[in-house]
Every structure is written in structure tokens, then in C-alpha cells.
Design a protein around this ligand. Structure first.
Ligand SMILES: *Cc1c(COP(=O)(O)O)cnc(C)c1O
Length: 411
């Protein structure tokens, strides 16, 4: 009989969203009237239709595939040149960041890239993640065998947790300890926090001092409204030698269902071998894609390219404005209800302290019962998330305003 990957057995049962779904189902069965009023502010998925620029580009691309003269089969494994060069130029070189076209690697999304990137990194690395955290960073390391077993509180042996609390504005400072691989995510899911230039500079300095590698998830960079906040880790001097950036078209262009994202892998980023050599990761990443992938659907790449057109940019801005309008409505409503609310200014998530010392799950039940609103309990994102809940601004304006009205009735 074949052996299975026992690392998968260390994973905590997909606890958060299945448990949310179970409690919502039970509530709806017991309270049909409440079920009719139910508004979901839990899931981190976009709700509004795709920008028309992307739709038209994808339709044209499909038509091309329908004619022998313009048909395309396999594309380049690292993504089409037209998209790689558009990204490198518009997101980086136009902002004075020296990124070459072939340092951009197109993928089927950032969640996917979080798992893929571990292919080229060693198993001995001391890995650090923020707490609370996007669970994908942790679970992919568990699956790859980079951790010990789970503890009672859901954390894993062998992972270093960086506490993100109100006292540090949910932005961790580098520790005194040596770490090899540090995940950072700004604007942050779930807390909605952003990191200042000074805070990111301290992480880049730390990476140089300790020979660490930063994995910077910028999936929500388009939501930054404060001109002082960096959109890319590569805005920080020295980051080109110590950071890999992950980006996605899911949250700016609404591509959660289309699937397209990219990593930025500078050729100057090095990692070491057992025998002490220092080698660039870029050739390994190039090879990983050539061997394991045939890239992303051609229409999706054309759709992503169209997000950079004049029309596409305008439509992306309109989408972001819509969601950030919701965020303001929801954040203000939580504040007016006497709750302490964070985030929601440069990110589509509002991170709210539970009142009266309630646990995250107690607050979840109360929001469900009293307001018929589904939120996400903070404890599901890590031990430091206990005592908080996340409200997502991904919704229609009517729903956001209705949730705001219901907040007034919170006992
Ligand atoms: C939504 C999200 C992503 C994007 O995931 P895709 O796979 O590109 O859809 C990446 N990181 C975080 C933290 C997210 O919330």
C-alpha cells in the first residue's frame, strides 16, 4: 500500500469557515424569519461584476482562439510577455522600481503562489507568520513538512508567531531572534492594518542583518488611499535583495473566479545551500514553472492586461471606491454602536474588538441572533484574533447600509 503525506494529518480540521457555515445553517433552520433577513459580511470574496474592459478583452481573446489564423496553444510557462512587461512597467518601473519583465511570473493566483513558492525553499527554514494570519501561509508550511504538530490553541510547533495587537497597531516589529523566512501581508487580511515606510524599512533592515527572506503579500495594495503608505515592498531601499512580492488581480479587478496573479522574483534575491553557497532563487523559480506548469489561460491573461488600460484603470478605481465606501459605512456604524473598530481605511476589512469581553464566537452568535448578520470570528485567524471579529466590505451598498442600520439596534 502506498504511503500518504502524514503532514496533512497535522492540519487542524478546516475549522473556521465550515464552523461558520454550520452555525448559520442551524440558525436559519431554527429561525426562518431571521434567515430571510440574513446578510453575509463574512467571506473575503468580491461581489461586484468584472470591469467591462476585462470582459471585452477576454471575449476578444476567446474569439482569437476560435480561428485557425489566430489560434494559440500552450503559452510561455512563466506567462505571456505582453502581460509580464505591462506589469513590470506599470506597477514597478513607472514608480521607479527597477523590475525587469522576466522577474514577473504570472500565476493562477496568490493563494496558489503561497503554496508553490515552498517548492524552491528548504525545509530547515525558521518560518515566521503574523498572528492573526491568512491561514494559507501556515497550512502550506504544515503540508510541506516544515512544522511540528499543532498545539491545543491551534498554533504549530516550529512556527514563529509575530503577535499583531492593538498595542502595535497590528504591525509586528522584527524580533531579536534569527528567522529565515518571514511572511508579511499589507494591507492586512484580516486586520485591515497597513505598514508605514518606517515599519517596512525596519523589516528590510532586519532581513539584511539576519540574512532573512521576506515574503510580502500585497494582494490589497489597490485599496491604499494614504499616499504615505508603500504599495510594494520594493519601494523600500534594499528590498530587491531580500524580498519576494505576491500580487493578485482578485481584489482589484475582481478576478477571484477568473484566476490570475503574479510573483515578483528579483534576480538579486539569494538563498543558501547546506554547504554555504549563496545562490539566486530566480533560476529555481523559472525552472519550477517550466516543469510543473503551463501557465494560466490566455483569455485570463488578456483580461488582466486590460485592467491596465485607461478604461480598465478607471473601472478598477470605481470598484475599489465602491468597496471602500462600504468600509466607511460599516466602520462608522461599528464606532457609533460603541465598538472599537480598526482597519477599513486602506483595506476592505474592519477589525472590531468584541464588547463586554465576549469571545469571538460568542460575538459571532450574537451578531447572527440579534442582527442576522454573519461576520468572521477573529479567533479563526489565530490565537491573537480572540476577542475580535472581522467585517468584510465586499458587498452591495444596500447591504452595507442595512448592516449599519442594524448596528444601531445592537443591545
Ligand atoms: C484574497 C487574498 C489573496 C488573493 O488570492 P488569489 O488566490 O489571488 O485569489 C492573497 N492573499 C490574501 C491575504 C488574500 O486575502
Amino acid at each position: 500500500m502506498a504511503y500518504l503525506n502524514e503532514n496533512y494529518l497535522k492540519l487542524q480540521a478546516g475549522y473556521l469557515f465550515p464552523e461558520v457555515a454550520r452555525r448559520v445553517r442551524e440558525f436559519c433552520e431554527a429561525h426562518p424569519e431571521g434567515a430571510k433577513r440574513l446578510i453575509r459580511c463574512g467571506i473575503g470574496d468580491v461581489t461586484e461584476p468584472l470591469p467591462t474592459a476585462a470582459i471585452e478583452a477576454m471575449k476578444r481573446a476567446i474569439d482569437e482562439l476560435g480561428h485557425r489564423e489566430s489560434f494559440r496553444g500552450y503559452g510561455p510557462e512563466q506567462g505571456y510577455e505582453f502581460l509580464r512587461s505591462t506589469i513590470a512597467q506599470r506597477d514597478y518601473r513607472d514608480r521607479n522600481i527597477d523590475i525587469a519583465d522576466d522577474e514577473i511570473f504570472i500565476s493562477d493566483g496568490s493563494k496558489n503562489d503561497c503554496g508553490y513558492i515552498l517548492d524552491i525553499l528548504g525545509a530547515q527554514n525558521k518560518v515566521a507568520v503574523p498572528d492573526p494570519v491568512y491561514p494559507v501561509y501556515v497550512d502550506t508550511n504544515v503540508m510541506a513538512g516544515h512544522t511540528g504538530p499543532a498545539r491545543k490553541d491551534g498554533s504549530y510547533e516550529g512556527i514563529y508567531y509575530l503577535p499583531c495587537k492593538a498595542e502595535n497597531n497590528f504591525v509586528p516589529e522584527p524580533p531579536n531572534e534569527r528567522l529565515d523566512l518571514v511572511y508579511l501581508c499589507f494591507p492586512n487580511n484580516p486586520t485591515g492594518a497597513v505598514a508605514s515606510r518606517a515599519q517596512l524599512t525596519r523589516w528590510v533592515d532586519y532581513a539584511h542583518e539576519h540574512d532573512a527572506l521576506l515574503l510580502f503579500d500585497a494582494a490589497y495594495e489597490a485599496y491604499i488611499s494614504d499616499p504615505e503608505i508603500p504599495h510594494s515592498i520594493f519601494e523600500i531601499p534594499g528590498a530587491l535583495a531580500c524580498a519576494i512580492e505576491l500580487r493578485s488581480f482578485s481584489k482589484n479587478g475582481g478576478f477571484t473566479g477568473v484566476r490570475c496573479g503574479f510573483t515578483v522574483m528579483p534576480k538579486s534575491v539569494l538563498a543558501r545551500t547546506h554547504d554555504g553557497r549563496r545562490l539566486p532563487l530566480h533560476p529555481l523559480w523559472q525552472r519550477r514553472w517550466s516543469t510543473k506548469s503551463n501557465s494560466v489561460a490566455y483569455p485570463g491573461q488578456r483580461g488582466a492586461e486590460a485592467l491596465y488600460s485607461a478604461e480598465g484603470r478607471k473601472q478598477v478605481h470605481a470598484l475599489i471606491d465602491h468597496y471602500m465606501g462600504n468600509a466607511k459605512v460599516l466602520r462608522d456604524a461599528a464606532g457609533d454602536a460603541g465598538l472599537e473598530a480598526f482597519g477599513g481605511v486602506n483595506a476592505p476589512y474592519i477589525w472590531v474588538k468584541t464588547p463586554d469581553g465576549l469571545t469571538s464566537w460568542e460575538m459571532f452568535d450574537r451578531m447572527l441572533r440579534e442582527l442576522n448578520v454573519v461576520i468572521t470570528p477573529g479567533a479563526g485567524f489565530g490565537a491573537q484574533g480572540e476577542g475580535y471579529f472581522r467585517i468584510s466590505a465586499f458587498n452591495s451598498r444596500e447591504n452595507a447600509e442595512e448592516v449599519a442600520r442594524r448596528f444601531k439596534t445592537l443591545q
